[in-house]
Design a protein around this ligand. Structure first.
Ligand code: CAA
Length: 408
C-alpha cells in the first residue's frame, strides 16, 4: 500500500499573550491554581484585526512557503474549526482566495468540536491512499479561538491559533497507517455551543474531564485490538504520546489513566514509577504549546506535535508517536505517526519558539478591552495595518463591506 501522511507542518499563534499570573491576580485566585493545577503559564490573545480566517491563512502560507509548494498544486483544502465566522460560506473558501489556491481543488470545512482536525486528516489520508484519481497534495488547516467569557471557570484555558498540515504520498515528515486507528464515540453533553451563542456551555464539575477519559479508554482498547498490542506493551510500542490538551495537565490526567489501564495488574507503587518515567520522557516534550498558548481546540493535538518536533529535534527521527484526539460530543481516535529520517529542514523552519518569544505581553485591562470589543464596524488605516503586520502575521481582518468580511 502507498504510504501517505504529513510532508510538512506549520503553526501560527497571535502576537499577544496574557500571563496566567495576571489573570489569577485580577480574580483573586492563587496563581498556583492556574500554573500548577491546570499547568498553564500564558494565554494567547487574539487582537480584533485577526480571526480564524486570517490565522488559518497565516499558518497555511507558512507551510506552503517552508515546503516550497506551489498553491496551484493543492488539490484538496480543508479547514477544521469549531469557531467559524459564517454559517454558510466555508472558512476554507476565504483561505483559498488569500492563498491563491487554484479552482481545480476540493474546498470545504469540517466542524466536529476539537476532533474536526483529525476527521480531516483521516479522511484525506484514506482518500489519498485508496482512490486512483486522488489528490497529490492536500492542505489541512485547523484554526480556532477558544473563548469562555469573563469570570467563567474555563477562562484560564482560553487560547487561539492555527496549525497547517501538508499531506502527500511518500510523505517527508511522517506516515500514518489509519487501518490501525482506535475509535470511540458516544452521544454526550460535555461541552457544547448552541447556534447563536458566543461562548460554550461546559458540563458541571469534572464531567467533561471524565467524558474525555472514558473516550480515551474506549479508543485505546480499539487501537490495541486493531494493532494486536497486548496489555502492558503499549509503552514499549510508542516512543512518544501526545494528547488533546484543553489545558496542559489534561495530558497528565490522560497519561495517568493510560498507565492505570495498561498496568492494572501491577501494584500502585509500580504504576506510579512507570507513570513518572514515561510521562517525563514520552509526554512532557509535547506540552510546550498548551502551556504557552492555551487551548486551540482543533489544532491543540497538532500544536503538541509541533512542540515535540522542536523540543526533540535530535531524537525524533524514525520514531512512533501515539496521538489521542478528542472532540466533545463526543468522538475520539487514537492513532500512530511513524516519523521519517532527515527531518532537520522541516523542524528548523517551524520557528514556533521564536514566535512565542516575539509575542508582546499585555495587561489584564488590555485583554478585557480586546475581548469586549465587537469586530462589527472595525476599520483600520493603511498605517495601522502596516504596523500590525510582521514576519508571521501576513494576513489581517480589516472589517466588513456589504456584510462581507475583508482581509488584507
Ligand atoms: N495550587 C495548586 N493547585 C490548585 C490550587 C492551588 N492553589 N487550587 C486548585 N488547584 C488544582 C485543583 O486541585 C485541580 O487539580 P486536579 O484536577 O488535579 O485535582 C486544578 O487545580 C483545577 O482546579 P479545579 O478543579 O477546582 O478547577 P475548576 O473547577 O475551576 O475548573 C476545569 C477546571 C473544569 C478544567 C475548567 O477550567 C473548565 O471548565 N475548562 C473548560 C472545559 C475543559 O477544558 N474540559 C476538559 C475536557 S473537554 C475537552 O477536552 C474538549 C475541549 O477542548 C474543551
Amino acid at each position: 500500500m502507498v504510504e501517505v501522511g504529513l510532508s510538512d507542518i506549520a503553526i501560527y499563534v497571535p502576537p499577544y499573550y496574557l500571563p496566567h499570573a495576571e489573570l489569577a491576580a485580577a480574580y483573586g485566585v492563587p496563581k498556583e491554581k492556574y500554573n500548577i493545577g491546570l499547568g498553564n503559564q500564558n494565554m494567547a490573545i487574539v487582537p480584533n484585526w485577526e480571526d480564524i480566517v486570517s490565522m488559518a491563512a497565516n499558518a497555511g502560507l507558512q507551510v506552503l512557503e517552508k515546503s516550497g509548494t506551489d498553491p496551484g498544486d493543492i488539490q484538496s483544502l480543508i479547514v477544521s474549526t469549531e469557531s467559524s465566522v459564517d454559517h454558510s460560506k466555508p472558512v476554507a473558501s476565504f483561505v483559498q482566495g488569500l492563498l491563491k489556491i487554484g479552482t481545480r481543488c476540493r474546498v470545504y470545512d469540517i466542524k466536529n468540536a476539537c476532533y474536526g482536525g483529525t476527521a480531516g486528516l483521516v479522511d484525506s489520508i484514506e482518500r489519498m491512499s485508496h482512490t486512483v484519481k486522488s489528490p497529490r497534495k492536500s492542505l489541512l488547516i485547523m484554526a480556532d479561538i477558544a473563548r469562555y467569557g469573563f469570570g467563567n471557570l474555563g477562562e484560564p484555558t482560553q487560547g487561539a491559533g492555527a496549525v497547517a498540515l501538508l499531506l502527500e504520498k511518500n510523505p517527508g515528515l511522517c506516515s500514518v497507517d489509519t487501518s490501525l486507528n482506535g475509535v470511540f464515540s458516544q452521544d454526550v453533553f460535555d461541552f457544547w455551543r448552541p447556534t447563536g451563542y458566543a461562548v460554550p456551555f461546559v458540563a458541571p464539575g469534572k464531567l467533561s474531564i471524565e467524558c474525555y477519559l472514558m473516550a480515551l479508554e474506549g479508543a485505546l482498547a480499539d487501537f490495541r485490538s486493531n494493532a494486536g498490542i497486548e496489555q502492558g506493551k503499549l509503552m514499549d510500542h510508542l516512543d512518544y504520546v501526545i494528547y488533546h490538551m484543553p489545558f496542559t495537565n489534561m495530558a497528565k490526567k490522560a497519561h495517568r489513566r493510560l498507565i492505570e489501564i495498561e498496568y492494572r495488574d501491577s501494584d500502585l507503587e509500580t504504576q506510579e514509577e512507570i507513570f513518572n518515567k514515561t510521562f517525563s520522557s514520552k509526554v512532557v516534550p509535547g506540552l510546550m504549546g498548551a502551556r504557552e498558548v492555551g487551548n486551540i481546540y482543533t489544532g491543540s493535538l497538532y500544536m503538541g506535535l509541533v512542540s515535540l518536533l522542536e523540543n526533540e529535534r535530535e531524537k525524533i527521527e524514525d520514531k512512533r508517536i501515539g496521538l489521542f484526539s478528542y472532540g466533545s460530543g463526543c468522538m475520539a481516535e487514537f492513532l500512530v505517526y511513524h516519523t521519517n529520517t532527515k527531518l532537520g529542514k522541516i523542524i528548523d523552519s517551524l520557528h514556533f519558539k521564536e514566535q512565542l518569544d516575539k509575542r508582546k505581553k499585555i495587561t489584564f485591562e488590555e485583554y478585557t478591552q480586546f475581548y469586549s470589543k465587537s469586530q462589527e464596524g472595525v476599520s483600520y488605516s493603511p498605517g495601522e495595518i502596516n504596523s500590525m503586520k510582521n514576519q508571521y502575521t501576513k494576513f489581517l481582518f480589516t472589517g466588513f463591506m456589504d456584510h462581507k468580511r475583508q482581509y488584507i
